[in-house]
Design a protein around this ligand. Sequence first.
Ligand SMILES: *Cc1c(COP(=O)(O)O)cnc(C)c1O
Length: 356
Amino acid sequence: MKKYNFYAGPAILPASVMAEAAKAVVEFEGIGLSLLEISHRSKEVVSILDEAQSLVRELLGLSDDFSVLFLTGGASTQFFTVAHNLLNADKKAGYVDTGSWSTKAIKEAKAFGQIDILASSKDKNYSYVPKGYEIPSDLTYLHVTGNNTIFGTQMHDFPETSVPLVCDMSSDIFSRPIDASRFGIIYAGAQKNLGPAGVTLAIVRKDFLEMTQRELPTMLNYNTHVQKNSSFNTPPVFPIYVSMLTLRWLKANGGLAAMAAKNEDKAKLLYDEIDSNPMFAGVAAKEDRSLMNATFVMAEGKEDLAEQFLADCAAAGCIGVKGHRSVGGFRASIYNAMPREGVETLVGLMKNFADK
Ligand SMILES: *Cc1c(COP(=O)(O)O)cnc(C)c1O
C-alpha cells in the first residue's frame, strides 16, 4: 500500500532522491565502491560538497558574503554555538520565544551573554507569533525561529529591524524564497525539509563572524569550518549527499518560488478542510498558520473520537498524524516533498470521518 509520511522529522524526502541515494550506497556512480566507504578528501566527495554548496547559494540567492557550512550536532548544537561565537559578557542578543525550540535556544545562549526575550507567545501555548514588539538597535543579533514545528505556527514576515537576524530554519528552510541579506546566520537540522538526520546546514555571513572574541574550541568555531570548507574533520558525507540530491530536486522543480506556491496550495487544501469540517478545529492563529506543520484537534465535545480518526489514518496509509504531546490532537507535516495527493488523501479521510 502507498503510504504517506506526515511525520514531523525525520521526515518525508522525494522518492527519486531516496532511489538515487540507495544506488549510491551499493555503488557510487560506477566507481566500484560505495559512497559510504570513500574518503571525504576524494574527488567524488569534494565534488558532492561543492555542488551542495553551490545549490544552496543558487536557491537562496546568497552573495559571496556568506559561507555555506555542513556541520554536525543538529540545530540543538547551533543553539549554543551561535551565542558562543557571537556574544560575550557585554554583548546582548534579543530572542523571540515562539515555542519549545526557541525556549531551548534561549536557555543555551544564556551561558554566553545577555539575552533579552523581546516577546513570547507562551501565554497562549505558542499558538501565535508575537508581533509589534520593540527591537533595541544595540543588539548583536535577533534570534527568531522561522517555523514552530511543534505548535504549527510560522513567521510569515521576519521582523523589521536593522539588527542582523539569526534564524533557526530547521523546519522551513527551502520552503519559500527569503531575503538572505537580512540574516547573519541561518541554521537548520537537515532532517525536516532537506535530507536525512546527521547533517546541519549553517549559512553564515563572513563579516558577522569577525566579532568572535572568545578562545573557542576548534570544532565549535565557525571560522574553522569556513576556512576548511566544512572538512576540518570528517563531514557526514552520506547525509550531505542526500541533501545535495534534494537540492537538485528543488532546482529541477522550479526552485523556491515554485516550491512556495505548491506549499501554499497544499496548506490551503488542508486548512480549508479543518475550518469547514465540523469534526475538527484548528489550533494556531489563522494568520500565523504554518505551511509546513498543520496542527488541529477534534472539535469541542468530540475529543474521544481522536483515537478513531488516527486509526482511520493508519488504515489508509497516512502515517505520523498524531500531534505532539504538548499540543495534543493531530499534526500533519506537509514538507516540500509531500505530494498534493498525500494531502488530498488526508482531506478525504477527514471528509469521510464527518460523514460517518
Ligand atoms: C527539530 C527542530 C530542532 C532540533 O533539531 P536537532 O537537529 O534535532 O537538534 C530545532 N529547531 C526546530 C525548529 C526544529 O524543528
